[in-house]
Write a protein that binds this ligand. Structure first.
Ligand SMILES: [Zn+2]
Length: 215
């Protein structure tokens, strides 16, 4: 074997070792997990239709990622069922979005798609009732796909990009491996996994829950 060949081999080994170490680093990063109960996001027009002319959402408390829980609450109504006192999250958005778990959807007698936030393909219609009025929120209801928020820096560190799909291993007494977990890279974000109530229950959720990414 020539010296050049040997050096090539060494280089390959070193590269392989580095790649493995980087991958191991990714796998070792424990990401906090938050459970999102059913909630709605509203357009400015829908806020006014539900809570009165000139109404704006009132901050109750900030969320761990950009956004806030509003003082305002709504009821979600279909021909089959009602959920009262549902959380409204601010700030307002361009499209009203109702996020339900599959169990919620069953109780309401609707079949929303499992979509990532902002994708209304096949979304269901529900009525929303506020303190001042009611709206027919067409094409608004989805079951949110489990996702992991990352900052740009975190994504780069982990070798991940926006909209990548990964497996996430949820730790705990009822450990669960979830497939098709979508990576969302965004400004002002930091590592945080969001699951809905069904997924939380299935994985024995508590607020100390952590997840690890398995590519
Ligand atoms: Zn989220």
């Amino acid at each position: 074997m020539s010296v050049t060949k040997m050096e090539e081999m060494d280089l390959k080994n070193i590269v392989t070792k580095i790649v493995r170490e980087v991958a191991a680093g990714t796998e070792d990063m424990a990401i906090p997990v938050e459970m999102s109960a059913r909630h709605v996001h509203l357009t400015p027009e829908d806020v006014q239709a539900l809570f009165g002319r000139d109404a704006q959402l009132t901050l109750k408390r900030n969320l761990s990622l950009p956004g806030f829980l509003a003082e305002e609450r709504v009821s979600i109504v279909t021909a089959k069922g009602v959920f009262q006192n549902v959380a409204v999250l601010g700030p307002v958005r361009e499209h009203t979005q109702v996020e339900l778990s599959a169990a919620d959807a069953f109780a309401l007698g609707i079949k929303p798609p499992v979509n990532i936030s902002g994708d209304f393909t096949g979304a269901e219609d529900v009525y929303l009732i506020g303190s001042h009025g009611m709206i027919y929120a067409k094409n608004s209801a989805i079951i949110a796909q489990a996702h992991i928020h990352l900052s740009q820096e975190e994504a780069e560190q982990m070798g991940l990009a926006d909209r990548d799909l990964v497996r996430a291993e949820l730790e705990g007494r009822r450990p669960l491996i979830m497939n098709n977990v979508m990576i969302r890279v965004g400004e002002g974000m930091h590592a945080m996994m969001h699951i809905d109530m069904d997924e939380a229950n299935a994985s024995g959720y508590d607020s100390a829950k952590r997840a690890r990414i398995r590519k």
